[in-house]
Design a protein around this ligand. Sequence first.
Ligand code: SF4
Ligand SMILES: [Zn+2]
Ligand SMILES: [Zn+2]
Length: 319
Amino acid sequence: MKCRVCRGPAVVDLRQHNANFCPDHFVKFCRDQVVKAIDEHHMMVEGDRVLVAVSGGKDSLAVWDILVDLGYEADGLCIHLGIGDYSTSSARYARDFAQSRGLTLREVPRADDHGMTVPEAARVTRRVPCSACGTSKRHIFDRVALEGGYDVLVTGHNLDDEAAVLFGNVIRWQTDYIGRQRPVLEAREGFPRKVKPLVRLGEREMAAYCIIRGIDYIVEECPMATGNSHLQFKELLNALEVESPGTKHDFYHGFLRRASTRFAAETDAGADGLGECASCGAPTTAEVCAFCRLVARVANAGGDAQVSITAPGSGAHGG
Ligand code: SF4
Ligand SMILES: [Zn+2]
Ligand SMILES: [Zn+2]
Protein backbone atom coordinates (compact mmCIF):
# COMPACT_ATOMS: atom_id res chain seq x y z
CA MET A 1 0.00 0.00 0.00
CA LYS A 2 1.61 3.24 -1.13
CA CYS A 3 0.88 6.86 -0.35
CA ARG A 4 -0.97 8.53 -3.18
CA VAL A 5 1.21 11.62 -2.86
CA CYS A 6 4.78 10.49 -2.12
CA ARG A 7 4.62 6.75 -2.89
CA GLY A 8 6.05 6.04 0.59
CA PRO A 9 4.49 3.36 2.83
CA ALA A 10 0.84 4.19 3.47
CA VAL A 11 -0.84 3.70 6.84
CA VAL A 12 -4.39 4.79 6.04
CA ASP A 13 -6.63 3.68 3.21
CA LEU A 14 -9.65 5.77 2.32
CA ARG A 15 -11.91 3.71 0.11
CA GLN A 16 -14.36 6.52 -0.50
CA HIS A 17 -11.50 8.57 -1.97
CA ASN A 18 -9.83 5.57 -3.54
CA ALA A 19 -6.61 6.70 -1.90
CA ASN A 20 -3.95 5.66 0.60
CA PHE A 21 -1.77 8.01 2.60
CA CYS A 22 1.42 7.99 4.64
CA PRO A 23 1.15 9.65 8.08
CA ASP A 24 2.32 13.11 6.95
CA HIS A 25 0.12 13.23 3.89
CA PHE A 26 -2.87 11.91 5.80
CA VAL A 27 -2.53 14.75 8.32
CA LYS A 28 -2.29 17.17 5.40
CA PHE A 29 -5.36 15.56 3.83
CA CYS A 30 -7.36 16.12 7.05
CA ARG A 31 -6.25 19.75 7.32
CA ASP A 32 -7.11 20.33 3.66
CA GLN A 33 -10.59 18.89 4.19
CA VAL A 34 -11.13 21.25 7.12
CA VAL A 35 -9.91 24.23 5.11
CA LYS A 36 -12.23 23.22 2.29
CA ALA A 37 -15.22 22.97 4.65
CA ILE A 38 -14.39 26.34 6.23
CA ASP A 39 -14.07 28.06 2.85
CA GLU A 40 -17.00 26.34 1.19
CA HIS A 41 -19.41 27.24 3.98
CA HIS A 42 -17.82 30.55 5.07
CA MET A 43 -17.37 29.27 8.60
CA MET A 44 -14.75 31.66 9.86
CA VAL A 45 -12.01 34.01 8.80
CA GLU A 46 -8.50 34.71 9.91
CA GLY A 47 -8.48 36.62 13.17
CA ASP A 48 -11.76 35.19 14.48
CA ARG A 49 -11.70 34.24 18.15
CA VAL A 50 -12.74 30.62 18.24
CA LEU A 51 -14.21 28.54 21.06
CA VAL A 52 -14.14 24.77 20.58
CA ALA A 53 -16.63 22.64 22.52
CA VAL A 54 -14.46 19.84 23.82
CA SER A 55 -15.57 16.49 25.23
CA GLY A 56 -12.22 14.74 25.41
CA GLY A 57 -13.27 12.55 22.47
CA LYS A 58 -11.37 12.19 19.21
CA ASP A 59 -13.42 14.63 17.14
CA SER A 60 -13.35 17.65 19.40
CA LEU A 61 -9.64 17.25 20.20
CA ALA A 62 -8.79 16.70 16.54
CA VAL A 63 -10.67 19.76 15.35
CA TRP A 64 -9.07 21.86 18.06
CA ASP A 65 -5.64 20.56 17.02
CA ILE A 66 -6.28 21.25 13.33
CA LEU A 67 -7.62 24.77 13.90
CA VAL A 68 -4.63 25.71 16.05
CA ASP A 69 -2.31 24.33 13.37
CA LEU A 70 -4.13 26.39 10.78
CA GLY A 71 -3.35 29.49 12.84
CA TYR A 72 -6.65 30.16 14.55
CA GLU A 73 -6.72 31.53 18.07
CA ALA A 74 -8.81 28.74 19.55
CA ASP A 75 -9.71 28.08 23.18
CA GLY A 76 -11.52 24.99 24.42
CA LEU A 77 -14.66 24.72 26.51
CA CYS A 78 -15.64 21.71 28.51
CA ILE A 79 -18.79 21.21 30.53
CA HIS A 80 -19.28 18.66 33.26
CA LEU A 81 -22.47 16.79 32.61
CA GLY A 82 -22.39 14.70 35.75
CA ILE A 83 -22.34 11.41 33.88
CA GLY A 84 -20.28 9.61 36.51
CA ASP A 85 -16.80 8.39 35.64
CA TYR A 86 -17.35 9.20 31.97
CA SER A 87 -17.52 12.92 32.71
CA THR A 88 -14.55 12.85 35.07
CA SER A 89 -12.49 10.94 32.60
CA SER A 90 -13.40 13.00 29.54
CA ALA A 91 -12.49 16.19 31.42
CA ARG A 92 -9.11 14.74 32.17
CA TYR A 93 -8.40 14.03 28.49
CA ALA A 94 -9.45 17.55 27.54
CA ARG A 95 -7.26 19.05 30.27
CA ASP A 96 -4.24 16.93 29.37
CA PHE A 97 -4.54 17.89 25.71
CA ALA A 98 -4.77 21.59 26.53
CA GLN A 99 -1.82 21.43 28.90
CA SER A 100 0.36 19.49 26.50
CA ARG A 101 -0.12 22.15 23.84
CA GLY A 102 -0.22 25.22 26.05
CA LEU A 103 -3.84 25.97 25.09
CA THR A 104 -6.58 27.57 27.17
CA LEU A 105 -9.38 25.29 28.31
CA ARG A 106 -12.38 26.95 29.91
CA GLU A 107 -14.16 24.65 32.30
CA VAL A 108 -17.61 25.41 33.58
CA PRO A 109 -17.29 24.47 37.21
CA ARG A 110 -20.08 22.66 38.97
CA ALA A 111 -20.76 25.41 41.47
CA ASP A 112 -21.00 28.12 38.81
CA ASP A 113 -23.97 26.66 37.10
CA HIS A 114 -27.30 25.69 38.43
CA GLY A 115 -27.63 22.83 35.99
CA MET A 116 -28.25 19.27 36.97
CA THR A 117 -26.64 15.99 36.23
CA VAL A 118 -27.84 14.46 33.02
CA PRO A 119 -28.93 11.18 34.64
CA GLU A 120 -30.92 13.12 37.24
CA ALA A 121 -32.63 15.29 34.63
CA ALA A 122 -33.47 12.22 32.56
CA ARG A 123 -35.05 10.56 35.58
CA VAL A 124 -37.15 13.61 36.44
CA THR A 125 -38.29 14.36 32.88
CA ARG A 126 -38.70 10.68 31.98
CA ARG A 127 -37.09 11.39 28.66
CA VAL A 128 -33.93 10.04 27.08
CA PRO A 129 -30.80 11.46 28.72
CA CYS A 130 -29.59 12.98 25.44
CA SER A 131 -32.54 15.34 25.47
CA ALA A 132 -31.63 17.01 28.79
CA CYS A 133 -27.97 16.80 27.87
CA GLY A 134 -28.52 18.59 24.55
CA THR A 135 -30.59 21.33 26.17
CA SER A 136 -27.90 21.91 28.80
CA LYS A 137 -25.00 21.87 26.39
CA ARG A 138 -26.59 24.25 23.91
CA HIS A 139 -27.47 26.70 26.67
CA ILE A 140 -24.03 26.71 28.23
CA PHE A 141 -22.11 26.73 24.95
CA ASP A 142 -24.07 29.80 23.84
CA ARG A 143 -23.64 31.61 27.12
CA VAL A 144 -19.91 30.99 27.49
CA ALA A 145 -19.23 31.90 23.84
CA LEU A 146 -21.15 35.17 24.09
CA GLU A 147 -19.83 36.17 27.50
CA GLY A 148 -16.29 35.34 26.42
CA GLY A 149 -16.57 37.51 23.32
CA TYR A 150 -15.86 34.68 20.89
CA ASP A 151 -16.73 35.10 17.22
CA VAL A 152 -17.51 31.50 16.59
CA LEU A 153 -18.36 28.31 18.45
CA VAL A 154 -16.92 25.13 16.92
CA THR A 155 -18.24 21.64 17.54
CA GLY A 156 -16.61 18.38 16.53
CA HIS A 157 -19.56 16.90 14.65
CA ASN A 158 -18.13 14.79 11.85
CA LEU A 159 -19.60 13.43 8.64
CA ASP A 160 -20.84 10.25 10.37
CA ASP A 161 -22.66 12.32 13.01
CA GLU A 162 -24.27 14.64 10.49
CA ALA A 163 -25.30 11.86 8.12
CA ALA A 164 -26.86 9.90 11.02
CA VAL A 165 -28.73 12.97 12.31
CA LEU A 166 -30.00 13.74 8.82
CA PHE A 167 -31.06 10.13 8.37
CA GLY A 168 -33.02 10.26 11.64
CA ASN A 169 -34.62 13.59 10.78
CA VAL A 170 -35.65 12.36 7.34
CA ILE A 171 -37.08 9.10 8.64
CA ARG A 172 -39.25 11.07 11.06
CA TRP A 173 -39.74 14.00 8.64
CA GLN A 174 -38.75 16.50 11.30
CA THR A 175 -38.67 19.31 8.81
CA ASP A 176 -37.80 22.07 11.27
CA TYR A 177 -34.71 20.11 12.33
CA ILE A 178 -33.88 19.37 8.71
CA GLY A 179 -34.02 23.09 7.95
CA ARG A 180 -31.61 23.79 10.76
CA GLN A 181 -29.14 21.08 9.83
CA ARG A 182 -26.45 23.19 8.27
CA PRO A 183 -22.71 23.21 8.95
CA VAL A 184 -22.99 26.91 9.81
CA LEU A 185 -25.64 28.60 11.90
CA GLU A 186 -25.16 32.33 11.71
CA ALA A 187 -24.99 34.46 14.84
CA ARG A 188 -28.16 36.24 15.87
CA GLU A 189 -29.33 38.01 18.99
CA GLY A 190 -28.37 35.77 21.91
CA PHE A 191 -26.70 33.09 19.81
CA PRO A 192 -23.08 32.86 18.64
CA ARG A 193 -22.18 31.64 15.14
CA LYS A 194 -21.88 27.85 15.27
CA VAL A 195 -19.82 25.83 12.84
CA LYS A 196 -18.87 22.21 12.16
CA PRO A 197 -15.54 22.10 10.36
CA LEU A 198 -15.33 18.26 10.35
CA VAL A 199 -18.28 17.68 8.03
CA ARG A 200 -15.99 16.37 5.30
CA LEU A 201 -14.26 13.83 7.59
CA GLY A 202 -15.61 10.63 9.14
CA GLU A 203 -15.08 8.88 12.47
CA ARG A 204 -12.49 6.51 11.11
CA GLU A 205 -10.43 9.37 9.75
CA MET A 206 -10.62 11.27 13.01
CA ALA A 207 -9.49 8.25 15.01
CA ALA A 208 -6.57 7.74 12.61
CA TYR A 209 -5.73 11.45 12.80
CA CYS A 210 -5.55 11.31 16.61
CA ILE A 211 -3.36 8.22 16.60
CA ILE A 212 -0.95 9.72 14.09
CA ARG A 213 -0.82 13.04 15.94
CA GLY A 214 -0.37 11.35 19.33
CA ILE A 215 -3.62 12.74 20.70
CA ASP A 216 -4.87 10.71 23.65
CA TYR A 217 -8.67 10.72 23.73
CA ILE A 218 -11.48 9.02 25.58
CA VAL A 219 -12.40 5.94 23.60
CA GLU A 220 -15.47 4.86 25.56
CA GLU A 221 -18.81 6.07 24.32
CA CYS A 222 -20.98 7.98 26.73
CA PRO A 223 -22.84 5.31 28.75
CA MET A 224 -26.08 7.25 28.21
CA ALA A 225 -25.81 6.66 24.47
CA THR A 226 -26.37 2.93 24.70
CA GLY A 227 -29.27 1.89 22.53
CA ASN A 228 -30.11 5.38 21.29
CA SER A 229 -31.37 5.72 17.76
CA HIS A 230 -28.46 7.95 16.73
CA LEU A 231 -26.07 5.01 17.18
CA GLN A 232 -28.42 2.69 15.34
CA PHE A 233 -28.58 5.06 12.38
CA LYS A 234 -24.79 5.25 12.37
CA GLU A 235 -24.57 1.47 12.20
CA LEU A 236 -27.03 1.35 9.32
CA LEU A 237 -25.08 3.95 7.39
CA ASN A 238 -21.83 2.12 8.13
CA ALA A 239 -23.30 -1.02 6.62
CA LEU A 240 -24.23 0.92 3.48
CA GLU A 241 -20.79 2.53 3.38
CA VAL A 242 -19.07 -0.88 3.40
CA GLU A 243 -21.03 -1.90 0.32
CA SER A 244 -20.82 1.45 -1.35
CA PRO A 245 -17.99 3.73 -0.18
CA GLY A 246 -18.93 7.39 -0.32
CA THR A 247 -22.58 6.85 0.59
CA LYS A 248 -22.46 9.04 3.71
CA HIS A 249 -20.72 11.81 1.85
CA ASP A 250 -23.19 11.71 -1.02
CA PHE A 251 -26.18 11.59 1.32
CA TYR A 252 -25.15 14.51 3.52
CA HIS A 253 -23.35 16.75 1.04
CA GLY A 254 -25.97 16.05 -1.62
CA PHE A 255 -28.54 17.26 0.89
CA LEU A 256 -26.56 20.45 1.53
CA ARG A 257 -26.17 21.14 -2.17
CA ARG A 258 -29.63 20.24 -3.37
CA ALA A 259 -32.18 20.18 -0.59
CA SER A 260 -31.30 22.03 2.60
CA THR A 261 -32.48 25.45 1.46
CA ARG A 262 -35.92 24.02 0.70
CA PHE A 263 -36.49 23.48 4.42
CA ALA A 264 -34.98 26.74 5.66
CA ALA A 265 -38.30 28.58 5.79
CA GLU A 266 -39.73 26.18 8.36
CA THR A 267 -36.92 26.92 10.75
CA ASP A 268 -36.69 30.66 10.16
CA ALA A 269 -40.39 31.05 10.86
CA GLY A 270 -39.85 29.95 14.46
CA ALA A 271 -37.12 32.54 15.00
CA ASP A 272 -39.47 35.50 14.76
CA GLY A 273 -41.13 35.22 18.13
CA LEU A 274 -37.96 35.14 20.21
CA GLY A 275 -37.99 37.01 23.49
CA GLU A 276 -35.82 36.90 26.59
CA CYS A 277 -36.03 34.20 29.25
CA ALA A 278 -37.49 35.76 32.39
CA SER A 279 -35.00 33.86 34.47
CA CYS A 280 -31.66 33.98 32.64
CA GLY A 281 -32.17 36.36 29.70
CA ALA A 282 -31.38 33.76 27.03
CA PRO A 283 -33.43 33.93 23.83
CA THR A 284 -36.57 31.82 23.91
CA THR A 285 -40.03 31.64 22.40
CA ALA A 286 -41.51 30.88 25.85
CA GLU A 287 -41.51 33.00 28.98
CA VAL A 288 -38.79 30.87 30.53
CA CYS A 289 -36.18 29.07 28.41
CA ALA A 290 -35.98 25.28 28.10
CA PHE A 291 -32.84 25.10 30.21
CA CYS A 292 -34.28 27.11 33.11
CA ARG A 293 -37.48 25.04 32.96
CA LEU A 294 -35.40 21.89 33.15
CA VAL A 295 -33.40 23.18 36.11
CA ALA A 296 -36.63 24.14 37.89
CA ARG A 297 -38.17 20.73 37.29
CA VAL A 298 -35.17 18.94 38.73
CA ALA A 299 -35.06 21.30 41.72
CA ASN A 300 -38.78 20.83 42.37
CA ALA A 301 -38.36 17.09 42.22
CA GLY A 302 -35.85 17.38 45.04
CA GLY A 303 -32.84 17.06 42.81
CA ASP A 304 -29.70 17.91 44.57
CA ALA A 305 -28.61 21.33 43.65
CA GLN A 306 -24.96 20.52 43.53
CA VAL A 307 -25.77 19.63 40.02
CA SER A 308 -23.63 19.55 37.17
CA ILE A 309 -22.51 21.18 34.18
CA THR A 310 -19.02 21.16 35.40
CA ALA A 311 -16.60 19.81 33.08
CA PRO A 312 -16.68 18.47 29.64
CA GLY A 313 -18.78 17.44 26.91
CA SER A 314 -19.66 18.10 23.44
CA GLY A 315 -20.59 14.51 23.97
CA ALA A 316 -20.85 11.49 21.83
CA HIS A 317 -22.51 13.67 19.25
CA GLY A 318 -19.56 15.51 18.08
CA GLY A 319 -17.12 14.92 20.85
S1 SF4 B 1 -24.70 10.48 24.35
FE1 SF4 B 1 -24.09 12.63 24.02
S2 SF4 B 1 -25.97 13.80 24.16
FE2 SF4 B 1 -26.39 11.77 25.03
S3 SF4 B 1 -26.07 12.01 27.22
FE3 SF4 B 1 -24.13 11.28 26.36
S4 SF4 B 1 -22.95 13.14 25.91
FE4 SF4 B 1 -25.08 13.75 26.22
ZN1 LIG C 1 3.04 10.48 1.56
ZN1 LIG D 1 -33.37 30.75 30.99
